[in-house]
Write a protein that binds this ligand. Structure first.
Ligand SMILES: *Cc1c(COP(=O)(O)O)cnc(C)c1O
Length: 486
């Protein structure tokens, strides 16, 4: 649908969308009430519209938005999973919303229980001992955890450890985090099966290694088969292991990072534990650690004494605060509601189905698209362009744009960086076979169009309000004001 009007375009002089009750006080001039110098002399140029105009305008605009509630959204690495609406009900209960973080601890015991239970359950899923709920997103969790690791190593007298190892397939936030925390980034290569190259890892570890940041399954959606060896190599060299939990939707209830050898982790609660997200928020990135790192966590953490919940500020070597109060409370309500409703068996079923759905799509698409790595995947997989790409004239960008015409949100494109023409697909567990089959059909139609009429792809999308913007300019050169008459 095309709809590109501004509310000003609908304005008709004299039209109103409101009616005020009769005045029951004495009428006064504004200039009698306010100092003259702060009054505006000119008429304000506001849109004059009826109530129906306003409703239709904003409803039409909202229809331009594509969200999980409108259609299939297989955005790999971001885990756009279904957000059960009961989570929203829980988060909007008056007992959750009509409280203030400065209130007396005795008055907000229920809220502290939410946080305490969130800590406990997230620790259980992660195989960690303690958890801070402060970080506001995954990337924020990364920097929090790496600072915790840094301070721990300093206290051990290991100040020479100034390198963080990051796989070449890593999410960009990993090297960025390491640099922000004052480390040098050392890259470890992936092997031809898309996993960490263990021989290369042996070469890059040393007494300068502070740690390894790893996503497992990794950004190709592949489980690190040499996990134990990787953990041993890093630990034997005196480094720590950090788990980027963005892909935890593949392992919920199956295997725990703590049991894989990781010392610290973050979860992206908004990805894995079903909070609506996208476009930059809201999120939260709690960090879990093994007991030996507890004394370095941001403070406070929520503790329990008998039946009483309290905030524990007694964290001796704490790196300090990384966020006001206790982090994004509302997201933990949603995450907790999700975990409690699912239970262990439910979480395990969710990850099983997420993996099954991804493998089904991969299997059905691999005759038409190149695979980055031809192997059983976890919750997502990466394509490497069309098999028949009209001698390189067609790119993944064209496929993604054409998917818009067919009613789908395109998967993640051009990530991870080590895969040329990457298209990363993550269906998640809640999509039906019918939805997956329709998506497969659309992807196969695109592959056919690529053989028959490449212009359809090169000119896609054909029915979107904006078609092919200069993506850099659209992101960097925003036009946020409306000049009337232009
Ligand atoms: C999403 C993601 C992050 C960053 O998480 P945010 O919550 O967006 O800050 C880090 N690593 C990986 C692998 C991710 O997919």
């Amino acid at each position: 649908m095309k709809y590109n009007k501004l509310i000003f375009d609908l304005s008709t002089p004299g039209r109103t969308g409101y009616r005020l009750p009769p005045l029951d006080v004495e009428e006064k001039e504004l200039s009698d009430l306010l100092p003259k110098e702060i009054l505006n002399e000119e008429e304000l140029d506001l849109p004059e519209v009826s109530e129906v105009d306003v409703i239709r305008h904003y409803t039409n605009l909202s229809n331009l938005n594509f969200g999980l509630d409108t259609g299939f959204y297989p955005l790999g690495s971001c885990t756009m999973k279904y957000n059960p609406k009961i989570n929203e009900d829980m988060a909007s209960l008056a007992g959750m919303t009509a409280i203030h973080p400065m209130q007396d601890i005795d008055e907000v015991q229920g809220a502290l229980q939410v946080l305490y239970d969130a800590q406990k359950y997230l620790c259980e899923v992660a195989g960690m001992d303690y958890m801070t709920l402060q970080p506001a997103a995954g990337a924020h969790g990364e920097i929090t955890a790496i600072m915790v690791m840094k301070k721990y190593l300093e206290d051990q007298g290991e100040t020479q450890r100034n390198e963080i190892i990051v796989p070449d397939s890593a999410h960009g936030t990993n090297p960025a985090t390491a640099v922000m925390a004052g480390f040098k980034v050392v890259e470890v290569k992936s092997n031809e099966m898309g996993r960490v190259d263990v021989e290369d890892l042996k070469k890059v570890v040393s007494d300068k290694t502070a740690g390894l940041m790893l996503t497992n399954p990794n950004t190709l959606g592949l489980f690190e088969t040499d996990m134990k060896e990787i953990a041993d190599i890093v630990h034997d060299a005196g480094g720590l292991l950090y788990y980027d939990g963005a892909n935890a939707n593949a392992i919920l209830g199956q295997v725990r990072p703590g049991d894989m050898g990781f010392d610290a982790i973050h979860f992206n609660v908004h990805k894995t534990f079903s909070t609506p997200h996208g476009g930059g928020g809201p999120g939260t990135g709690p960090v879990g650690v093994k007991a030996f790192l507890k004394d370095y966590l941001p403070k406070p953490i929520v503790e329990k004494d008998g039946d009483n919940y309290y905030l524990d500020y007694d964290i001796k070597h704490s790196i300090g605060r990384v966020k006001d109060f206790n982090g994004h409370f509302g997201i933990y309500i949603r995450g907790l509601a999700y975990i409690m409703a699912m239970g262990h068996d439910g979480l395990k079923l969710a990850s099983s189905l997420a993996v099954l759905n991804a493998n089904y799509l991969q299997h059905e698409l691999k005759d038409h698209y190149k695979l980055a790595v031809d192997d059983i995947c976890k919750h997502e997989f990466v394509l490497a362009g069309l098999k028949d790409d009209a001698d390189g004239q067609l790119t993944t960008n064209d496929v993604a744009k054409r998917l818009l015409d067919k009613g789908y949100h395109p998967p993640t494109v051009y990530f991870p960086l080590i895969v040329p023409e990457a298209l990363m697909i993550e269906p998640t567990e809640t999509e039906s076979k019918q939805t997956l089959d329709s998506f497969i059909k659309a992807m196969k139609e695109i592959a056919e169009e690529a053989k028959e009429d490449i212009d359809i792809l090169l000119e896609a999308p054909h029915n979107a309000p904006v078609r092919r913007p200069d993506e850099t300019k659209a992101a960097k050169d925003l036009i946020l004001t409306y000049q009337k008459g232009e």
